[in-house]
Design a protein around this ligand. Structure first.
Ligand code: IPE
Ligand code: IPE
Ligand code: MG
Length: 254
């Protein structure tokens, strides 16, 4: 799975999954949250380096408080339930987004697990919680402006200023639940990602379907703007720069 290193998932469709079964929406979140561990395990088994899961967007604050509260408590329960397994499997756990409004106890659990697993070399498991892609870009730019007043920012500076720079670009984005949109997720990191939208709602999304999607996408040709001779975006950008100079020389513009 060398070509698919970083996978991001928009875990959508919990509410509809429950409504279809005449259950309250939060039932869907409970079942959805129970599904996360098996997908993490499968990502690890497939040799994926980074898995970033969208669990709560900055826009999700506009949902009824009763639903928001359940989502908070499910994050806490997930950490308590999975802590030992995360540590044993050498997973590096992180949260990106604004968690300052979460209960203190949950924030402490998060920080503790982040610190305990900070140097783990296994799967980089990241939850986007209280996360917005635009807010992340503004954060990165503000960081740069503060540290380098009066200077112009370039692409590398911006990448380095993101919440978790070592995650790098996303190779594959999967969204469950049938909607074909990005919903303010990882706007910068998705620039050249393969996109896969499945009708399956998150509580029903199985390790087998996940693995089939990864396999399918691994066989897709990614061209990064070239005519097909490179294997990653870095290489394509270097090639573009070399060619630009050569083409300009031949045109006599250099
Ligand atoms: C995704 O499921 C989970 C969160 C956004 C927190 P939804 O709650 O959006 O489920 P649908 O899209 O309404 O079915
Ligand atoms: C995106 O799902 C956010 C998460 C899955 C956490 P939403 O259900 O909030 O997205 P929209 O509102 O349909 O775009
Ligand atoms: Mg939704």
């Amino acid at each position: 799975m060398e070509r698919v290193k970083h996978i991001a998932i928009i875990m959508d469709g919990n509410g509809r999954w429950a409504t279809m079964r005449n259950r309250p929406r939060v039932w869907g979140h409970i079942r959805g949250s129970a599904n996360v561990a098996s997908i993490v395990e499968e990502a690890d088994r497939l040799g994926i380096k980074a898995l970033t899961l969208y669990a709560f967007s900055s826009e999700n604050w506009s949902r009824p408080f009763s639903e928001v509260r359940v989502l908070f408590s499910l994050l806490k329960k997930f950490i308590k339930r999975e802590r030992a397994r995360i540590i044993n499997n050498k997973i590096r756990f992180k949260i990106i987004g604004d968690i300052s409004e979460l209960p203190q106890g949950t924030q402490e659990l998060i920080r503790e697990l982040e610190q305990t697993t900070a140097y783990n070399q296994g799967l980089k498991l990241t939850f986007a919680f209280g996360y917005g892609g635009r807010a992340e870009l503004v954060y990165a730019m503000n960081q740069f402006i503060t540290q380098n007043p009066g200077q112009k920012i370039n692409e590398k500076d911006l990448s380095n200023g993101l919440y978790c720079p070592d995650l790098g670009d996303v190779d594959l984005l999967i969204r469950t639940g049938g909607d074909c949109r990005i919903s303010n997720f990882l706007l910068w990191q998705l620039a050249y990602a393969e996109l896969f939208f499945t009708q399956t709602k998150w509580p029903d999304f199985s390790p087998a379907e996940f693995s089939r999607i990864v396999d399918f996408v691994t066989r897709r040709e990614r061209r990064f703007g070239t005519i097909g001779e490179v294997s990653d975006l870095n290489e394509a950008q270097k090639l573009a720069e070399r060619n630009r100079v050569t083409i300009n020389q031949q045109l006599g513009t250099h």
